[in-house]
Design a binder for this molecule. Structure first.
Ligand SMILES: Cc1cc2nc3c(=O)[nH]c(=O)nc-3n(C[C@H](O)[C@H](O)[C@H](O)COP(=O)(O)OP(=O)(O)OC[C@H]3O[C@@H](n4cnc5c(N)ncnc54)[C@H](O)[C@@H]3O)c2cc1C
Ligand code: SF4
Length: 512
């Protein structure tokens, strides 16, 4: 039944039902159930239809949120879906995994006035799931017929797939190359099932295939072809390869066994969930069952690791982060979920070394000497132990927050004589990601990158310094969000279309 809008908010905020912590710790299924139709309508009707919708301004895709909320409240679900998908290639993905508390919902006017935000993400997911059920989600079809040009896209993550969708609608032949065996990028091998079930991504890939997009999987650019080879084959090339070089922790003992990078751990878990044979998971090396787990880091990747470990049956899971809760980069919603599931956060703690048997006492002493002799070298030199021995504890210092640095963030400062040991059978490093050296990997020494190693593009044309080569997503922004990758992919598709049309005969452009 249509809900009356444009009144003061009287209806209390409600999220879709969340499964209990003990139930969800026993499986990898998503933690929220579906909204019932009446609930979705009622919750959508809480929107105040603001004249200046800050939610829309703060959504990277500038989704027309108030309008699709109104349509949902009025029971006009198909129209709501049409409007929502017009600006977002994967609305059901964003509805599930956008950090809404930092984007649309964090800027909802009724949130700011203390009534609790409209649950925008859940309603976006609801609309799109209903559209899938009703058969309204269709494979993208060329709207102006087929065009003779082809586009090569390197990377089947959200940036590459969003561009593929739009370019196919424009009638181009689209070829997507990816070094993995499945399309989806981090949506498949990084983000765990309990946040985003894999079938949600897989049905989108199937739709693109049905639309005529050609996927070349297990194809690594740099190994199986150079960037120049692809340029010769296609009229334009899009680089959407993401960022995968894990940041390292330089500390004594960092070479001990069972200290693993987050992506290695998460990929093994995701592959196991997908039914792949994963020897290192089966052997127990990358499986937290029955183990004490320590995760180092405070971002969303760290949250995914701690919650995966809980589901695998770890006996204890501790997350060490050098700042406090208020200053951690991860989404507060995810921290709350992790706390409910039994994760213990050890705020204001900085790992100094790793213990394994009796090795560490001397390694630490060696490191202290090195630090006295050359503090700069001690920070960067790898003094890790490579003895094949397993880690048994993380030796960490307690920190306090000191004065802010130039960026305005308070700097963590070590508290003297307050070190402690956190017992661990497995340590997962979730310290962030940097770009790989693409110019070298792609055998394209002229490809211009920034000082952070991300690919440099023109803000206007979205093109790199190599004509006809564009770039989008994390490889341009650094590690970011799915919603930004979608935005970049869509923008690049428009830019590629403009680039190609500017080269074809003016009569062909006029004919459109
Ligand atoms: C553990 C984890 C959890 C996250 N959780 C969230 C979340 O909850 N919400 C959110 O919004 N964001 C989250 N993110 C961030 C988000 O996943 C990324 O910002 C987003 O996936 C970037 O999209 P992309 O298309 O640029 O790159 P990716 O998704 O990384 O895709 C890049 C693709 O390029 C391929 N590739 C790389 N090099 C080559 C090559 N040489 N040849 C061929 N193919 C290549 C890769 O195999 C990959 O498939 C998370 C990230 C991680 C690591
Ligand atoms: S795409 Fe993300 S930020 Fe935009 S409305 Fe949806 S959930 Fe909010």
């Amino acid at each position: 039944m249509a809900e009356k809008m444009l009144k003061f908010v009287q209806t209390a905020q409600a999220m879709p039902e969340k499964r209990t912590a003990s139930e969800r710790a026993g499986d990898f299924d998503e933690i929220y159930r579906e909204f019932a139709a009446t609930k979705a309508t009622e919750q959508a009707s809480r929107c105040s239809q603001c004249g200046v919708p800050f939610c829309q301004v703060h959504c990277p895709l500038h989704n027309n949120i108030p309008d699709w909320l109104r349509m949902t409240a009025e029971g006009r679900l198909e129209e709501a879906y049409e409007l929502s998908q017009a600006t977002n290639t994967f609305p059901e993905v964003c509805g599930r995994i956008c950090p809404q508390d930092r984007l649309c919902e964090g800027n909802c006017v009724i949130e700011q006035s203390g009534h609790g935000t409209v649950t925008i993400g859940s309603i976006e997911k609801y609309i799109t799931e209903k559209a899938w059920e009703a058969g309204w989600v269709q494979a993208p079809k060329p709207t102006h017929g087929e065009r003779p040009q082809s586009i090569g896209i390197i990377g089947a993550g959200p940036a590459g797939l969003a561009a593929a969708d739009k370019l196919r609608r424009l009638g181009y032949a689209v070829h997507v190359y990816d070094r993995y065996d499945r399309a989806g990028g981090l949506m498949i091998y990084g983000i765990p099932n309990f946040k985003l079930e894999k079938h949600v991504v897989e049905r989108r890939t199937a739709l693109l295939e049905a639309a005529g997009v050609t996927f070349h999987m297990n194809f690594e650019v740099g190994r199986d072809a150079s960037l120049d080879d692809l340029r010769k084959k296609h009229d334009a090339v899009l680089i959407a390869t993401g960022v995968y070089k894990a940041r390292e922790l330089q500390a004594p003992g960092s070479g001990l066994d069972n200290i693993v990078p987050a992506m290695t751990y998460l990929t093994a878990s995701n592959r196991n969930g997908l039914g792949d044979k994963v020897p290192e998971y089966d052997s127990g090396k990358l499986n937290a069952a029955g183990k004490k787990v320590v995760v180092i880091g405070g971002g969303d990747t760290a949250m995914d690791c701690v919650r995966t470990a809980i589901r695998q049956g770890a006996t204890a899971v501790h997350c060490l982060y050098r700042r406090d809760k208020a200053n951690m980069p991860g989404s507060m919603r995810e921290v709350k979920n992790a706390e409910e599931e039994g994760v213990e956060f050890v705020w204001l703690s900085l790992p100094k070394s790793f213990r394994g048997g009796d090795f560490n006492a001397s390694a630490e002493a060696g490191f202290d000497k090195l630090k006295q002799a050359d503090p700069a070298a001690a920070r960067v030199k790898d003094v890790s132990f490579q003895g094949g021995e397993g880690v048994s504890a993380v030796h960490a210092s307690r920190m306090k927050l000191g004065p802010a640095d130039a960026s305005g963030r308070q700097v963590p400062v070590e508290i003297e004589n307050a070190d402690f040991d956190q017992p661990a059978d497995i340590v997962i490093k979730a310290l962030g990601f940097d770009p790989e050296d693409l110019a070298q990997a792609f055998k394209a020494p002229h490809l211009e990158v920034t000082r952070w190693g991300t690919v440099k593009i023109s803000a206007r044309s979205k093109m790199t310094n190599i004509p006809g080569v564009f770039a989008a997503g994390d490889i341009v922004r650094g590690a970011s969000l799915v919603v930004w990758a979608i935005r970049d992919g869509r923008d690049c598709a428009d830019a590629i279309h403009q680039f190609i049309q500017s080269k074809v005969q003016p009569s062909a452009v006029a004919a459109e």
